[in-house]
Design a protein around this ligand. Structure first.
Ligand code: GP9
Ligand code: MN
Length: 638
């Protein structure tokens, strides 16, 4: 009896002595749970998120354990206020953007431009319930401070902190690791902030976000030596000093409509399955256009966003992570900026969550006048990930029609997104039945259906542009963003292509995406076989529209005679030879044989690495900001 009493007494004491921290972990976990639930409209599993949420809160709370009683209680109280406020901000931001706020958003001042004006309407009085306990606690805290508690020595306090910190950090790290396995690149690129928050909780999200931002800023703090900056500037100037006159200014004053198509790969073009054309509409439009049939995607971890980044800035994607996330604070001499400076109205259109791939932040940095994201469409039909291409393209057409001319409209489609399993959705949009024969019910077969659907929507969109007369005064450029068939499913594609013993060269040659330029009245149609890539889009447009072209790492496809495509991993091709970096092997493209290296090829290999490093330096040290400033100063001086 005495022993029992003793234990009960001890438990009671422990409880009283640690009431502040116990309360902190419970109340903040409840708040974080509640927020997570509010941003997970379709599903929410307490079980799944509890470990991550509770441990992230406990890790924070453990910091307070280092301090003496009263300081500790006060610190926990302050943490409570800060996190509650953060959750309120997240709640309000989510109401508007269906996203959580990141440091990048704050840094780029998007709050002021975007939500600022309507913040009053967005806040609901119930949001302040998150702060309710903070007020109730005030008198209780006074009382608690007076309770007699032991004051352990620093070592004991520190040991307690270490134990609690270590336990919960391991649980949390395991959860973060599990997510990183399930969704590779999610944590470094933050392509889907909402998904990350749903699975790890808001505290974890904000800590990871802050970690990423601080890590990049610290590594960029060192100044790049002046000689290195001069070297890069000189390289860019030399690279862009070509005097080619083909098509120079040929499109000046005309509208520019760019369409980046989700997972559109080259191998479906002019191909049939079971006697049916896979992309009859694109095939038809390609015949009326200037078609590049050796155009490669050059994306890295940033996938769609890298395709946008390459095409709009003519720089390489980030060495790790996604440039759209890591470098959204940089200045750019982007396509939209240069079009803007020429008096164009510039807009990006995409029927998906504004915050996905950090577009809402990056489009500001790229100087688009407007971004028509998910909120601006009637979400009346869903296929795959979100708004169907059919509905998106119809609504995009209506928007573009009203744009003040001349304009640059950058459109990004969505429906043909991995894993291409919304076969019912695709069937809804297409006429007749599209049978993929032996590939039915495989990822490859589903992709063919998905891309067949998107092809039909693109066909209708382009035909409508034509019928409305808009194409008389517009250039259309269309290209695919990246691969559709992951390595695991390549056997189906090799089979489709009749490739027996595939080599790395075969794989690479299947990483092409179609790219065409349509001129008014179907002018300049034909096929161009030059080896090119997404980084070349902007220089080509710069030539067509007479835009400044000083800060580009790509080439003008209309004035180049040499093939040249460099990939983020150091592989490259000049159209005759393909270098595969991961095996350090050169292939002769014509006979598919492995060939030995020679001084010329080695020089190209080095140039590839040099250019990638220059691109990284530009991004890491925000060099374009400086270069552009220098340019405008020297202009003003003249
Ligand atoms: C969604 C999207 C998809 O907005 O563009 O990106 P992805 O997953 O293809 O990189
Ligand atoms: Mn994509």
């Amino acid at each position: 009896m005495y022993i029992n009493n003793n234990i009960a007494e001890k438990i009671k004491k422990f409880f009283i002595n640690n009431l502040d921290i116990i309360y902190f972990v419970i109340i903040l976990s409840i708040k974080a749970f509640n927020f997570d639930k509010s941003i997970s409209p379709t599903y929410f599993s307490y079980f799944y998120v509890s470990a991550a949420i509770i441990s992230s809160v406990a890790i924070l709370g453990s910091i307070a354990l280092i301090f003496k009683n009263n300081t500790r209680t006060r610190l926990l109280y302050i943490f409570n206020i800060i996190i509650s406020l953060l959750i309120i901000v997240d709640t309000v931001y989510y109401r508007y953007f269906k996203d959580v706020i990141s440091l990048g958003v704050v840094r780029n001042g998007f709050l002021l431009g975007g939500v600022g004006a309507s913040v009053k309407q967005l806040i609901s009085p119930t949001d302040f319930l998150y702060l309710l306990d903070v007020f109730i606690l005030i008198p209780l805290l006074r009382f608690y401070r007076r309770v007699d508690k032991p004051n352990p020595k620093f070592f004991k306090r520190f040991a307690m902190f270490l134990v609690v910190f270590a336990i919960f950090t391991s649980i949390d790290a395991k959860k973060i690791y599990d997510l990183s396995v399930e969704q590779p690149n999610l944590i470094s690129t933050m392509f889907n902030r909402i998904y990350l928050t749903q699975h790890l909780g808001t505290v974890n999200f904000h800590v990871l976000d802050a970690y990423n931002v601080i890590k990049t800023s610290v590594s960029n703090m060192q100044k790049l030596p002046q000689e290195r900056q001069d070297e890069i500037k000189a390289y860019l100037e030399k690279k862009n000093s070509s005097t080619g006159t083909n098509f120079k200014g040929a499109a000046a004053g005309k509208n520019l409509i760019v369409i980046q198509v989700e997972a559109l790969q080259q191998f479906v073009i002019n191909q049939k399955i079971n006697g049916q054309e896979i992309t009859p509409n694109l095939n038809r439009w390609i015949n009326k256009s200037m078609y590049f049939d050796n155009y490669f995607y050059q994306v890295a971890a940033g996938n769609t966003s890298d395709a946008e980044f390459l095409s709009n800035n003519s720089l390489y994607p980030a060495a790790s992570g996604a440039a759209y996330y890591m470098y959204a604070g940089d200045s750019y001499s982007s396509l939209a900026k240069e079009m803007d400076d020429k008096g164009y109205y510039t807009a990006a259109l995409h029927g998906f969550q504004e915050g996905f791939w950090n577009r809402n932040v990056m489009y500001k940095a790229e100087k688009f006048d407007d971004f028509y994201g998910e909120r601006t469409y009637n979400l009346n039909e869903n296929v795959g990930l979100g708004l169907s291409d059919k509905s998106f393209l119809n609504q995009a057409f209506d928007k573009i029609k009203t744009f003040s001319q001349p304009y640059f409209a950058f459109n990004i489609t969505l429906s043909s997104h991995y894993p291409y399993d919304d076969v019912k959705g695709y069937a809804k949009g297409t006429t007749g039945t599209f049978n993929t024969g032996k590939y039915n019910n495989t990822l490859f077969g589903d992709y063919l259906k998905g891309i067949h659907y998107t092809d039909q929507q693109l066909g209708m969109f382009l035909d409508k542009l034509q019928a409305s007369g808009m194409l008389n005064n517009s250039i259309v450029m269309l290209y695919g963003d990246h691969y559709a068939i992951p390595k695991n499913d390549m056997p189906s594609l090799y089979d489709f292509e009749g490739i027996k013993n595939p080599t790395d060269l075969d794989w690479y040659e299947l990483q092409k995406v179609p790219m065409f330029i349509h001129f008014p009245e179907d002018a300049n149609k034909g096929v161009n076989h030059l080896y090119t890539g997404q980084i070349d889009l902007f220089p080509t447009i710069a030539n067509l529209y007479n835009l400044p072209n000083t800060y580009m790492l790509g080439k003008d496809m209309l004035n180049s005679t040499e093939g040249d495509v460099k990939f983020r991993n150091g592989s490259f091709t000049d159209g005759k030879t393909f270098y595969v970096s991961w095996t350090n092997t050169f292939y002769n493209i014509a006979n598919k044989k492995v060939i030995p290296s020679n001084p010329d090829l080695n020089a190209k290999k080095n140039t590839t690495l040099k250019e990638l490093q220059y691109s990284d330096d530009i991004l890491n040290h925000n060099l374009l900001k400086k270069f552009l400033q220098e340019d405008s100063q020297s202009k003003a001086g003249n």
